[in-house]
Design a binder for this molecule. Structure first.
Ligand code: AMP
Length: 372
């Protein structure tokens, strides 16, 4: 088992905010950071020791990252699988490439979740629109058709209320094969972030409740307002999936909670997740610190919640009003990711608020008027 120590270099593929927060956490312990990203001034590049500016699938750039890094991780799943697989042969990539192959394709991902013994919504897969037309009866309407590859934040999916709307899904096949799944009238969305070390031991952050607006995460509330039985089922399912995938590092498991308290797994992300950002202030170990421990072969710590927490995302349109609120909101921990342009709906940062009463925090967020 390889142990990576402070002074050694962690290479990160991808220079966004997740890489930045991984890097900041690793630098606290004295690691050095190398990052590969096409942007000159990426959020991670701003805090890294070594910047390699090139496309993610540039073989020569990956080789350079391998040369300067003692361990390599990634901050997003849409990287070139074949390139990553070759990289695992010349560099230490403890998470491996297989988890990327699976999670960048909804068809492979759903099969893996099912094979792990965890519950998913009824679905069919279709390589072509004709196949979808043929098989859609197996799930019925309403349903959600999603591209197998490349979708995020609600992009690459359509909801079909009834059969007459089926033609609306045809254009999705221009991108990739698709899955059609039953529309789930869920009560709540939750997520579990599970992290597993090179010794096979895993730890979960507390179960998170997630509120989306326009398919983008808006708020995360911890603890989630679910029964103990639901929280337990969620953690059990995350454990089954992590073991089945031989996880090393981080896996975020997004789930629906139904009216009867049962859960269905929606999707997986093999990296720290927006719904875990609250852990920086609210837990005894953050998802970023734990990720670094996991890939560096350190024993994992059991995350405990210091206080109830709410995280609210800052999109482009929220940045200016939040900066204006700094003088009157001493309890808001403000995180900005160093992105130059505050475009509408672009994730620019987040705010975390710890308080004994999350209902009170949610009311204050609403009253601030910033997120209306
Ligand atoms: P996804 O890209 O799969 O995470 O989907 C984005 C969002 O669409 C989810 O967070 C849900 O709010 C909604 N959604 C996705 N799949 C379904 C479904 N089968 N039934 C109802 N809502 C869904």
């Amino acid at each position: 088992m390889t142990t990576i120590l402070p002074g050694q270099t962690i290479g990160i593929i991808g220079g966004g905010q997740l890489g930045r927060m991984m890097a900041l956490s690793a630098k606290e312990a004295g690691f050095r950071i190398a990052v590969l990203d096409p942007a000159e001034d990426s959020p991670t590049g701003q805090v890294a020791d070594v910047k390699i500016i090139a496309p993610y699938d540039d073989e020569e750039a990956l080789n350079r990252l391998a040369e300067v890094s003692d361990v390599i991780t990634f901050e997003f799943e849409n990287i070139d699988y074949e390139g990553l697989k070759r990289l695992t042969e010349k560099a230490y990539v403890p998470q491996g490439a297989e988890i990327i192959r699976i999670t960048q394709d909804r068809i492979a991902e759903k099969a893996a979740i099912r094979d792990a013994g965890a519950p998913v919504a009824p679905y069919v897969e279709a390589q072509t629109f004709a196949e979808l037309q043929e098989r859609i009866g197996e799930v019925g309407f309403p349903c959600v058709v999603k591209t197998a590859r490349g979708g995020y934040d609600g992009k690459g999916q359509v909801i079909l209320k009834e059969e007459s709307e089926l033609a609306g899904a045809e254009e999705l096949f221009a991108h990739s094969a698709c899955v059609a799944e039953k529309f789930i009238p869920f009560q709540m969305e939750i997520s579990v972030i599970i992290q597993r070390g090179t010794n096979g031991e895993s730890r979960c952050l507390p179960v998170q409740e997630n509120i989306h607006k326009n398919h983008i995460l808006h708020e995360t509330i911890v603890p989630a307002r679910v029964s103990d039985a639901t929280a337990e089922a969620a953690i059990t399912a995350a454990g089954q999936i992590a073991d089945h995938l031989d996880l090393i590092g981080t896996l975020a498991v997004e789930m629906f909670v139904l009216e009867d308290g049962s859960i269905l797994i929606n999707e997986l992300a093999p990296r720290p997740h927006n719904s875990g950002h609250y852990s920086i202030e609210a837990c005894t170990i953050s998802q970023f610190g734990q990720h670094i421990r996991a890939i560096c072969g350190w024993p994992l710590r059991t995350p405990e919640l210091h206080r109830p927490a709410v995280m609210v995302n800052l999109l482009g349109q929220h940045v200016a009003p939040v900066l204006d609120a700094i003088p009157v909101q001493p309890d808001w921990s403000i995180h900005l990711y160093g992105k130059a342009e505050a475009k509408h709906n672009r994730k620019m940062g987040h705010v975390t608020i710890l308080a004994e009463d999350n209902e009170d925090t949610l009311r204050r967020i609403e009253e601030s008027g910033i997120w209306r």
